[in-house]
Design a protein around this ligand. Structure first.
Ligand code: HEM
Ligand code: HEM
Ligand SMILES: [Fe+2]
Length: 472
């Protein structure tokens, strides 16, 4: 992937910018996993790096790196599909590149500040300069404003290229959805010292990203991927996409209520949250069926052309269909009714769902897009899976599933002992934390985390070498 930029096989500058985003994304993914490993070790040995690199910081960098690498990979994917779908070079390439460098410099500074200033009291100054203190989107306000500027540049490129070029269904959904996705970020930018109000708006970003706009984004990526990789029919892919969009927004927007059960919002959210969030798995089933249906239907080789022209990308897209359904649909549905959530809220069960959903719904397909980018960058008609590709997908998926199982067991124990038996509260929490079921689960989470990381090493190696090996 590194040399791919130099190989210059990419027809469009826009796609070269896409590859720049992918390279940073994969580095941040690695950093995310390392931080996860540190935090997982600290669960078992609380003294590990205490005072040098505290759990609070490792955890924070873990989940912020997660969000940032995914946003990078999303922007990268858009820059790659933009010229293909519109038939146009992006309108503002120079600006696009500038935006990339500004964003990357800002991310580097923010992370350095997190590492150098780990503790201290919060004030108006720290909100501006150090940390805004909102989980997943902790960047200080100066960086927030920078992000908004960079995103405006990005959106300018997408929107005006779309206006100038061909207007496919996929691009129309992309352009509209990106506006919502970017706009929602603003809801996470203003601080109030009333925790209920703060959480109320913060969920607009987190929930309406991952359960509405990001899901629609993935729908468009899957549609585009199927077109390119198995030569699926545009009419069918786009028809599915419109249905998915309708269902995702129909359930996801009011599904927001499942975060309003216990934060001081009115009680009518119980019913609204229960009903609409319970419907959320439906579009995820549709997305699952869509990918498998198209895959099955288009599978036969067409003449002497192979059915699948990018083995690893297709494998990751299919993993996405399963993972999205399992992690978001099933693991999400488990705890989405208030009757259940009152016991599971904020337990390791939530973390189990968080891992499988983010991985299944987003990491998978974004990795698939990276393989797709590599194929394009080297101008290969076909990219075949290598030993490394197979090890990567197997170990990463197995590792994340393993972590999910461990965390689910830990969550179950918390529900039974800490919540049901001991009624919740401070002492109940620590009693439950000390039981063998919890300790063993945390041990297995670490083991499976190491498995995931080894898979990542294979992935990195593969992305760097796969296309070079297959060049003739
Ligand atoms: C890909 C989509 C999804 C992702 C990435 C995702 C991710 C997450 C994450 C990370 C959290 C924990 C947030 C925190 O730090 O407090 C969470 C909470 C939650 N998610 Fe999801 N989720 C997704 C889809 C769903 C769906 C479809 C449902 C329901 C059917 C659902 C139900 C819930 C519920 C009820 C909570 C609150 C848990 C609690 O009270 O502790 N999620 N989700
Ligand atoms: C090397 C593998 C990994 C390890 C060891 C690891 C470990 C951890 C740890 C220790 C936490 C803090 C949990 C807590 O506060 O109780 C955490 C949180 C989290 N991790 Fe990971 N993680 C890994 C990979 C991943 C991956 C691949 C994803 C998603 C693609 C992910 C997404 C998350 C999310 C969303 C949270 C917040 C969950 C919540 O608050 O409910 N992690 N992880
Ligand atoms: Fe949600």
């Amino acid at each position: 992937m590194l040399t791919s930029i130099k190989s210059n096989k990419l027809q469009y500058e826009s796609q070269k910018v896409g590859m720049m985003y992918f390279r940073v994304a994969i580095v941040l993914f690695g950093a995310q996993l390392l931080m996860g490993l540190i935090a997982a070790i600290q669960f078992i040995y609380p003294d590990f790096l205490y005072g040098i690199f505290d759990f609070s910081v490792a955890r924070m960098v873990h989940i912020n790196a997660l969000v940032v690498w995914m946003l990078y990979a999303m922007i990268g994917s858009v820059y790659i599909m933009l010229p293909d779908e519109t038939g146009q070079e992006a309108v503002g390439i120079g600006l696009g590149k500038l935006g990339f460098w500004v964003l990357t410099a800002a991310v580097a500074v923010v992370v350095l500040v997190y590492i150098f200033i780990q503790i201290g009291s919060g004030s108006e100054t720290t909100i501006w300069l150090i940390n805004e203190g909102r989980e997943y989107i902790e960047a200080p306000r100066w960086a927030d404003i920078g992000i908004v500027v960079v995103v405006l540049i990005f959106y300018y490129n997408v929107f005006f290229t779309y206006i100038k070029g061909e207007k496919t269904g996929i691009m129309t959904v992309m352009v509209a959805n990106l506006l919502a996705l970017a706009g929602l970020y603003l809801a996470g930018m203003f601080f109030t010292d009333n925790i209920s109000i703060d959480q109320y708006w913060w969920w607009w970003v987190i929930h309406l990203w991952v359960e509405a706009t990001w899901e629609v984004f993935v729908g468009t990526l899957a549609a585009y991927g199927l077109l390119k990789i198995i030569d699926a029919k545009r009419e069918i892919v786009e028809m599915w996409l419109w249905i998915e969009v309708l269902m995702l927004f129909g359930s996801g927007i009011l599904g927001l209520g499942h975060h309003y059960f216990w934060i001081g919002t009115p009680e009518y959210w119980w019913e609204i949250g229960a009903l609409f969030s319970a419907l959320e798995p439906v579009p995820l089933v549709a997305m699952f069926v869509h990918v498998l249906y198209d895959w099955g239907k288009e599978q036969g080789a067409k003449g002497d052309k192979p059915a699948i022209n990018n083995g690893p990308a297709m494998a990751w897209i299919v993993t996405n269909a399963f993972g999205n359904f399992l992690g978001a649909g099933i693991w999400g549905f488990f705890h989405t009714l208030p009757q259940v959530n009152i016991y599971t809220h904020g337990s390791q069960f939530t973390a189990a769902h968080g891992h499988l959903a983010f991985f299944g719904a987003y990491a998978t397909i974004l990795i698939g897009m990276m393989y797709f980018g590599v194929q394009k960058a080297y101008g290969l008609e076909r990219l075949k899976a290598t030993f490394n590709s197979k090890m990567a997908i197997f170990l990463i998926t197995f590792g994340v599933l393993g972590m999910t199982v461990a965390l689910t067991i830990a969550g179950y124990e918390q529900v039974l002992v800490e919540r049901a038996e001991l009624g919740g509260g401070w002492d109940a929490f620590f009693t439950a934390q000390a039981l063998p079921w919890m300790k063993q689960a945390m041990g297995w989470r670490l083991v499976m985390g190491v498995v995931t990381f080894v898979g990542f090493v294979y992935l990195l190696l593969d992305l760097l070498t796969i296309a070079k090996k297959q060049q003739n």
